[in-house]
Design a protein around this ligand. Structure first.
Ligand code: V55
Ligand code: FE
Length: 484
């Protein structure tokens, strides 16, 4: 009865088996190269790692507890820590030594003892703003954590000013102003079509709030922010309260619905919807505008890439249709029509696009992305997943690629500028590489101009780090300016 045992399902076995370990290693082993002494700061990332076996069958990692890991770079040393975010949900389940919360974002499947306790898992992103380190998931407010110890401080609602019930895990920081530009969807409760748009100033005070209604309720996982606009992509992973109450999936893929892009002027209160044919997109590499045209770079596929959200027609999941190709959407904000254009930028499918965030919201040239497919190349081990890191020069569309290696897959890469004023393109790309056959993880430090070359350094983490989602670099100077 008291046995802790994870289900014998693909999502919880082999390379996907939970690790659940919290710990510290001072001075990780560097197994290749040298860590530059000039690198001063911390790479924070979060993974979804279930603390307790799920109570529903075929659960998936979006519904698992957030495990934050940090890599602190100091004088050529790399110090590691990992710790679960102490969400109210984590603490309740820890006390009970079992899962009390049920299916993904479905409060109707919870143990009655946890009614009213936040379902947030803080498992999707960990970012820095106004001296605070925040772990976030899009169904709830973020959780502030201590940047040295990873201990949980508590829920952060912008000093109580967050009226939305949710806050995106993909806020953007405007590098010109230091403002945090963010939103909540399902902002009036699960499956509601309400969107709340916020801007917080560089000190973390909410200075702008505006409310909109989407054409239909859907996952709004990422969005675009430019100097003059914000854009909400409505992609038909749709939600429905009656289905949720009946125990159905939170999202289904509806291939009959159009895509909408809701464009709002920065700090504005009016939305204009642009419409396009059915397609899937999730993460945005970057976006920028010239006052009239808004350009958004994002991988675009035919169907949803998430196998655990079923097709509304019952059609089986088709991996070929999920392949996403980095593309540029362009919206004419002064045009007569309500359409937008799409131009494909690569013939390799991939996801987890990032740029150097010093160029977020503005015209930029370089990005990185993880690839699942490269035409003409089939890894000998046949393992699916993200097998390559690629850098792309958007001026020439030239790509540089590095294969992760046998039995290896890659997690999201981040850009690390060597100095605040370094030119665009200079610096490092850091990436965790899962070594499945060895049951460990490598942290690669790459030259951003030559991601296909020999790494600057390879740091060994002697454990697996499953469920990796997003992360960010925080400089030593930022860490020194933490909020009280
Ligand atoms: C995503 C991840 C989530 C989620 C919704 O990658 C979307 C997309 C880790 O949780 O709840
Ligand atoms: Fe994401």
């Amino acid at each position: 009865m008291a046995t802790v045992r994870f289900p014998d399902e693909p999502g919880f076995t082999g390379r996907f088996a939970p690790v659940r370990l919290e710990g510290e290693i001072r001075g990780l082993e560097v197994i290749q190269g040298e860590v530059p002494e000039s690198l001063r700061g911390t790479f924070y990332r979060v993974g979804a790692d279930p603390a307790w076996p799920p109570v529903v069958p075929n659960d998936f990692y979006f519904n698992a507890d957030g495990m934050v890991a940090m890599f602190r770079f100091e004088n050529g040393y790399v110090d590691f820590r990992s710790r679960y975010v102490r969400t109210p949900r984590f603490l309740a389940e820890r006390a009970a030594r079992r899962s009390l919360f049920g299916a993904y974002r479905n409060p109707y499947t919870d143990d009655p003892s946890v009614t009213g306790i936040s379902r947030g898992l803080a498992n999707t992103n960990v970012y820095w703003h106004a001296g605070r380190l925040l772990a976030s998931k899009e169904d709830s407010a973020p959780i502030q954590i201590d940047p040295d110890t990873l201990e949980t401080v508590g829920e952060w609602t912008w000093a109580g000013d967050l009226a939305s019930q949710t806050a995106t895990a993909h806020p953007k920081i405007d590098p010109r102003t230091g403002e945090l530009v963010f939103f909540g969807y399902a902002a009036k409760g699960e499956t509601t079509p309400d969107i709340a748009y916020y801007e917080a100033d560089r000190d973390g005070r909410i200075m702008h709030e505006a409310w909109f209604q989407a054409p239909y309720s859907s996952m709004i996982h990422d969005w675009a922010v430019t100097e003059h606009f914000v854009v909400f992509p409505i992609i038909p992973l749709t939600s429905d309260l009656e289905r949720l109450k009946a125990g159905g999936p939170y999202y289904v893929w509806d291939g009959s619905k159009d895509v909408y892009l809701g464009v709002v002027p920065r700090r504005g209160s009016d939305v204009r919807w642009y419409r396009g044919t059915n397609r899937f997109a999730s993460h945005i590499m970057n976006a920028f505008d010239d006052g009239r045209y808004v350009h958004i770079d994002t991988p675009v596929g035919e169907n949803s890439a998430f196998p655990w959200f079923p097709d509304i027609t019952g059609a089986p999941f088709d991996p070929d249709k999920t392949k996403g190709y980095l593309s540029r959407w362009t919206i004419d904000t002064m045009g007569e029509t309500d359409g937008f254009t799409q131009r494909r930028l690569t013939n390799c499918s991939g996801e987890f696009p990032r740029t150097d965030d010093r160029w977020a919201t503005r015209g930029y040239r370089f990005g990185v992305i993880n690839l699942t497919d490269v035409p003409g190349q089939t890894p000998a081990d046949g393992m699916p997943g993200f097998r390559w890191l690629a850098s792309i020069d958007l001026a020439t569309q030239a790509m540089k690629r590095r294969f992760a290696g046998d039995d290896s897959t890659v997690q999201e890469a981040i850009f690390v500028p060597p100095r605040p004023d370094a030119p665009h393109g200079d610096g490092y790309v850091m990436q965790l590489v899962d070594r499945h056959a060895l049951a460990r993880t490598d942290l690669l430090i790459l030259d951003a101009r030559q991601v296909d070359g020999q790494p600057v350094a390879t740091v060994k983490i002697p454990i697996r780090m499953p469920g990796g989602l997003h992360g960010n670099w925080v400089t030593a100077e930022q860490l020194a300016r933490r909020a009280a």
